[in-house]
Design a protein around this ligand. Structure first.
Ligand code: KG4
Ligand code: ZN
Length: 360
């Protein structure tokens, strides 16, 4: 069962081919990605219309590259998967349109996939795949959630952010430090030169007793600190010049301190979730899962507590087509094709807002 998967929910066009034959974990046969980051950088964030147009330009050449890697013709594909949501409506429509058109031309079924389910299951493509059940920490640019995962499609939301996502906290702090978009990786790199204890930033909801997160206040705390270091009034505007008034040590110290605050909260809440469910396994997925401090701290804590922790391969932490083809493959193995996914039904629909907990 060869499944071709398309990811186009935001600013990465991803295409991949997996082999989901038999009952073993689907194997990745080919995988190609184009990141639009450079194109959006000039605007300080993703411009949805530009994103859609670029997905259109990239998706077919990437598909050719994937089939070439696999050494197979397109006619060998048995089914096509695409990201149905959540994400940018226009960007999602490119993936769904191409997937449905290609499936119709080939006379093969399509399978719509939830983007976060793709992230959640992506560690199954790693050298050290998890086993069900586990607690999942989903940390991306738009989501921060703790889920109990008992199997494919069996997801229970344990807690989530009540405002900004962890990735947003990284990105907004990075912007204040003049690090561009998306700032997570740049902030993390700069933090290596700084002191994590230089500034005391809040750890929101650390002791709230539930598994929810809040990161919106952190941005204000970072802004206040940056203004103080720049000798600006607290009530003054947040201008791009603020960061320029800081020296390199100050910037690195702010980066290290804010990263420590975000990571402390993510680690503490993840361990609380593992404790409250009584499970022994943690899976971390989504772009922020690439963060080295988060990985180091979770590895140390899980080793101390006798827990297993699993991550996607580093290059599959951020958005990609492999996780979409994989999620479709695991679903196919667990449940067969969903109703309407046969060759007669090409839904061509997207769900820009789609809670993962509504999946069955
Ligand atoms: O999962 P993802 O690629 O896209 C969404 O589905 O949102 O996650 C992107 C997010 C961005 O906020 C980015 O800054 C963050 O992941 N990110 C990181 C790192 N790499 C990516 N944050 C902290 N440290 C990193 N190394
Ligand atoms: Zn994502």
């Amino acid at each position: 069962m060869l499944i071709l998967g398309f990811e186009s929910s935001c600013d990465e066009t991803g295409v991949a081919l997996v082999d989901a034959s038999g009952s073993g974990t689907p194997r990745l046969l080919g995988h190609a990605l184009h990141s639009q980051i450079e194109m959006h950088q000039a605007y300080g964030g993703v411009v949805p219309e530009l994103a859609s147009r670029d997905h259109i330009r990239r998706v077919l050449p990437l598909t050719d590259a994937v089939m070439q890697q696999a050494g197979l013709p397109l006619s060998a594909v048995d089914a096509i998967a695409y990201t149905r949501g959540p994400g940018l409506a226009g960007a999602l429509l490119v993936g769904s349109g191409v997937a449905c058109a290609m499936a119709m031309a080939l006379g093969k079924p399509v399978m719509p996939v939830h983007h976060l389910e793709g992230h959640l299951l992506s560690p199954f493509l790693s050298a050290d795949p998890p086993e069900f059940p586990f607690v999942a920490l989903l940390v991306s640019g738009g989501h921060t959630q703790l889920m109990r995962v008992d199997g494919v499609g069996r997801y229970e939301l344990l807690g989530e952010t009540i405002d900004d996502a962890a990735g947003e906290a990284f990105d907004k702090s990075a912007k204040l430090l003049g690090l561009g978009y998306p700032g997570g990786p740049a902030l993390s790199k700069l933090a290596e030169q700084g002191s994590a204890t230089a500034y005391k930033f809040p750890r929101p909801l650390l002791h709230s007793g539930d598994l929810d997160f809040s990161f919106a206040g952190l941005k204000t705390a970072v802004l206040t600190q940056v203004k103080r270091l720049a000798n600006e009034r607290p009530e003054g505007p947040a201008t791009p010049q603020l960061a320029a008034a800081l020296n390199e040590t100050q910037k690195a110290d702010v980066a290290a301190s804010v990263q420590a605050a975000i990571v402390d909260v993510l680690v503490k809440k993840s361990l609380s979730a593992v404790r409250s469910t009584g499970l022994k396994r943690l899976v971390v997925a989504g772009g922020v899962g690439a963060n080295s401090r988060l990985r180091a701290q979770l590895n140390a804590e899980c080793a101390r507590l006798g827990l297993r922790v699993h991550y996607p391969e580093l290059h599959l932490c951020t958005d990609n087509g492999a996780m979409i083809a994989l999620a479709a493959g695991l679903r196919f193995q667990a449940q067969g094709w969903p109703a309407g996914a046969d060759a007669a039904g090409y839904p061509f629909d997207v769900l820009p807002r789609w809670p993962l907990s509504s999946l069955a």
